[in-house]
Design a protein around this ligand. Structure first.
Ligand code: DON
Length: 577
């Protein structure tokens, strides 16, 4: 049943949402349906999720199908050769699956340094030395093994069809191939698939990847061992060795995903679950909400300087604390301390509502940042209100650029997420500590923030790509929804800001700050820089009355759709398809 808001209801909605008292009803500007919803970075992947929901699959079945189609049609981030995280709520069970890549056993801290001890970024970004042991093949399989209801082959099938029968290159993919042609052209096998005849595929052309279709068929038959052991694993190791990499058969065979206890907290009346170490995402989100509640953030005017100032101050501290984090083996205790009420009290108490605290007063700053983009997040909710938030990545766009010819997939460059040299910024400008130094078998610290939040029968699943901007982008959409009662579309559309401690600046999307707010922030001591797309947030929701909705971030390639749509007009995402 579609809810129609009458003027009086509308007035009440506005008033209640201004007061932050509203439970999030269905957004009347977005299509709603009772059969579930999917928001992902690619129309074909969203369609796969929908196909599975319509065929009786649950949110996990649909999530795995979506992830695998992304591995075919969104090669800059979707993957079999990368890793990721999923936070899910199935019935009352709330779980986090860590299928992050691990450092190969032969990885050493000095590996990315020159003879003067300075980091050589290309080594951790390009080619097989940049690649961690892929976690995705086990990750998707394990999600399905534990929670899936449809046969495994059925959820892999849409990806097989895409790779074998072909898919249409979208404008976005054509643009990404063009933009990354240098990287893709470095390795013959990669160029053969993605730059045929030396040129990137143009928009509208049909691409088939027979080797990837074969890998997926083997995966459908035998699960992850088909990729992580035997002939495909041997091909991965051979491709790595050919170009100076250190991945071994044992690294691949030994890989295991890990179920972890999500970071759980209550914020603004909602229960929230997000990703624990080896991601910093849930910790930053938990610290953000914890400090904001202590600072009475919800009561401050929506677009005023106080809110932006407090966000910047909270994030400056949360990202400084991130310096202590790394693989759980190095920093589990620190993670727990960082979310303790005592620490949040102390941290929040150091915030001056009138003045920016220079980041230099929190920890020393070693140098300027560089940036790069590409990861992918999608969210799924099913008719029962089960929800999956899943973020997966190769790290940089198209990962290490190295495609394994016999397998048809690219290897990641996730090793760059370690602190090649602790104290120096990585490609996201993140300054990280010893806890995240390179070490054999370790999982590199992430910022990915797949998140599920629920209250009174209503549930949201969300997350984003965007490197260091993932936790802040995700936090703002969550706050817009649960604090301001925004509809999904407005929660995603509203311009965002970002601060990450280093560099000591607020990054703001166009129109995020009114001229008065900007001036006031400068008066309080902030440096403000312009930045496009602070995260690309994909969000789904099921309201207490069973209406499901999905919104894909208009800042990036995105596609959202609902099952059993009831009479709503198409949202902008449907026109994208
Ligand atoms: O795990 C991380 O935090 C990064 N590897 C994510 C990379 C990313 O989001 C790239 N950009 N959009």
């Amino acid at each position: 049943m579609k809810r129609i808001l009458r003027p009086t209801t509308l007035a009440a909605t506005v008033i209640l949402s201004c007061l932050g008292l509203l439970s999030c009803g269905a957004d009347p500007s977005v299509s709603a349906g009772t059969g579930g919803a999917v928001a992902s970075a690619a129309p074909r992947a969203t369609a796969a999720g929908l196909e599975i929901l319509e065929g009786g699959g649950n949110a996990v079945d649909a999530a795995v199908a979506t992830a695998l189609v992304l591995a075919v049609v969104h090669p800059n981030a979707g993957n079999l050769g990368g890793g990721g995280f999923a936070v899910i709520r199935m019935g009352d069970e709330v779980e986090a699956l860590d299928f992050r890549e691990t450092a190969p056993a032969a990885a050493r801290a000095e590996m990315y340094l020159d003879e003067n001890g300075e980091a050589v970024p290309d080594r951790s970004l390009i080619g097989p030395l940049a690649a961690g042991v892929p976690g995705s093949p086990h990750g998707y399989f394990e999600l399905h093994r534990r929670y899936g209801t449809l046969p495994w082959k059925r959820v892999v099938d849409p990806a097989i069809r895409a790779a074998r029968d072909g898919f249409v290159v979208t404008d976005r993919l054509a643009g990404a191939l063009e933009e990354n042609a240098d990287l893709l052209g470095r390795f013959e096998a990669t160029a053969a698939v993605w730059l045929p005849g030396g040129h990137p595929h143009g928009a509208g052309s049909i691409v088939r990847i027979p080797a990837l279709a074969e890998s997926l068929l083997a995966y459908a038959d035998r699960g992850p061992v088909a990729l992580m052991e035997g002939s495909i694993a041997a091909a991965v190791v051979a491709a790595s060795e050919r170009h100076g990499g250190i991945l071994s058969l044992k690294d691949l065979a030994d890989y295991r995903p890990i179920w972890r206890r999500p970071i759980r907290f209550r914020a603004f009346g909602w229960e929230v679950a997000s990703m624990p170490l080896p991601s910093s995402g849930g910790i930053i989100l938990g610290q953000t909400c914890g400090m904001l509640e202590r600072l009475d953030w919800a009561a401050r005017p929506r677009d005023g300087a106080d809110r932006a100032h407090l966000l910047a101050e909270v994030w400056r501290r949360a990202y400084a604390d991130r310096f202590l984090l790394g693989d759980p083996s190095t920093s589990q205790a620190a993670a727990e301390d960082l979310l303790s009420p005592e620490w949040l009290d102390l941290r929040a108490a150091t915030i001056d509502v009138e003045r920016a605290t220079p980041s230099d007063e929190i920890l020393p700053w070693p140098g300027p940042p560089t940036e790069s983009d590409q990861t992918t997040h999608f969210s799924v909710v099913d008719a029962e209100g089960n929800a999956v938030a899943l973020t997966t990545t190769l790290n940089g766009s198209f990962g290490s650029g190295l495609l394994v010819p016999e397998a048809g997939f690219l290897l990641n460059d996730e090793m760059d997420d370690f602190a090649a040299r602790p104290g120096r910024p990585n490609q996201f400008g993140l300054v990280q500590g010893e806890a995240n130094a390179v070490g054999p078998g370790k999982r590199m610290l992430s910022s990915m923030t797949p998140t599920v939040a629920w209250r009174d029968g209503e549930i949201l699943a969300l997350g984003a790509p965007g490197g260091s901007r993932i936790p802040t982008g995700t936090a703002q959409v969550l706050l817009n929804t649960v604090v301001d009662g925004d509809g999904l579309q407005s929660a995603v559309d509203r311009p965002r800001v970002h601060h990450q401690w280093r560099p000591d600046a607020i990054w703001a999307e166009a129109d995020a700050l009114t001229p008065e707010t900007r001036q006031e922030l400068i008066r309080r001591g902030h440096d403000i820089r312009k930045r496009n797309a602070i995260g690309l947030v994909q969000i789904v929701r099921r309201t207490a009355d069973g209406m499901c909705q999905a919104v894909a971030d208009p800042r990036g390639p995105g596609s959202a759709a609902v099952v059993g749509k009831q009479g709503a007009r198409p949202g902008p995402w449907e026109m994208n398809q």
